[in-house]
Write a protein that binds this ligand. Structure first.
Ligand SMILES: [Fe+2]
Length: 186
């Protein structure tokens, strides 16, 4: 577990150094996936907090590795959404960043239930984890999700999540993302 007195950017840098190259059932590494999602967020014209949420949305998988948590499997850590959001929130990131991260798995369950054909476009890993995560929401759960103030951004993040899985994508070095985070947190 990183020391909370160390800057959040240093802690994130250490997590990516240690675990960013790991595979989690997709055709790209954890870092490649998260950086691609951040890139797509920029292309979509998202505001900075949502771009950073896209870049950090799966950080819970890396934290779970670092903490050697049980319940990790070939897809990563089942509760990576809440773990990542809690970890970032505890280090001062605002709800505009942490809410979409906290809700991005719920957004998948919502989109599968409400958007025709959405499930067909999911990667094999996303389909496998959907079942593990509880499957599509029922109507009551959909209404509850929609009522959450962060749900709209979480839906956008979930769309970016599925886009950022290419195995042929030229990415900037991680220092570009770390510098962007540094500017955001000061
Ligand atoms: Fe993801």
């Amino acid at each position: 577990m990183p020391d909370t007195n160390v800057s959040i950017v240093t802690q994130l840098s250490d997590l990516f150094d240690a675990y960013g190259a790991r595979d989690y059932g997709e055709h790209c590494t954890q870092y490649e996936h998260m950086a691609q999602c951040g890139w797509w967020a920029d292309q979509r014209g998202c505001k900075e907090p949502l771009v950073l949420a896209a870049f950090l949305h799966d950080i819970g998988h890396l934290i779970a590795e670092d903490q050697a948590l049980p319940e990790r499997d070939r897809w990563g850590y089942r509760f990576h959404d809440s773990l990542g959001a809690d970890w970032l929130e505890a280090r001062g990131l605002p709800a505009t960043v942490t809410n979409p991260i906290r809700l991005h798995v719920q957004a998948k369950r919502y989109l599968v239930a409400t958007r025709p054909g959405y499930a067909d476009g999911l990667s094999a890993a996303s389909r496998a984890t959907l079942a593990q995560q509880g499957g599509p929401y029922d109507a009551a759960a959909c209404r509850q999700f929609e009522a959450h103030p962060g749900s709209a951004d979480a839906v956008v993040l979930r769309e970016l999540d599925e886009l950022g899985k290419s195995d042929d994508f030229e990415l900037p070095p991680i220092t570009v993302w770390l510098e962007r985070l540094r500017r955001f947190v000061v």
